[in-house]
Design a protein around this ligand. Structure first.
Ligand SMILES: [Mg+2]
Length: 115
């Protein structure tokens, strides 16, 4: 799905359930945070190797992908309801971050470095 198609799918899903009234900006931001926490919970107390094992396990990976999709749902919903062009917002933010974190000041991460 393209971003446009994802927006349409989320919009249709919510419209069929009458959820517009519940999707004030604050509620959508809370939704993003809650779903991000659920994603984090999947990795809690796991070292890096265990995290990789989770991603390699089909059942655990599906749970992780579900949580990631939940986060995306709220991001898409927020942008759609409040007229945020996500591609423009991302391009703008990446430009700011290029200035904030000049690439020549950072080294390639080593294989053993934790993310
Ligand atoms: Mg969830």
């Amino acid at each position: 799905m393209s971003i446009k198609e994802m927006h349409a799918a989320v919009r249709e899903f919510c419209a069929k359930r009458g959820w517009d009234e519940y999707h004030a900006p604050k509620e959508l931001a809370i939704g993003m945070t809650n779903e991000s926490s659920e994603l984090l919970q999947e990795f809690r107390f796991k070292d890096r190797d265990e995290q990789q094992e989770l991603l390699a396990d089909p059942e655990a990976r599906e749970d992780i992908e579900d949580e990631l999709a939940d986060v995306l749902f709220f991001v898409l919903r927020f942008a759609d309801m409040y007229d945020v062009e996500l591609d423009d917002a991302l391009a703008s933010k990446l430009e700011k971050n290029r200035a904030r974190f000049p690439a020549n000041e950072y080294q390639e991460p080593s294989e053993n470095q934790d993310k």
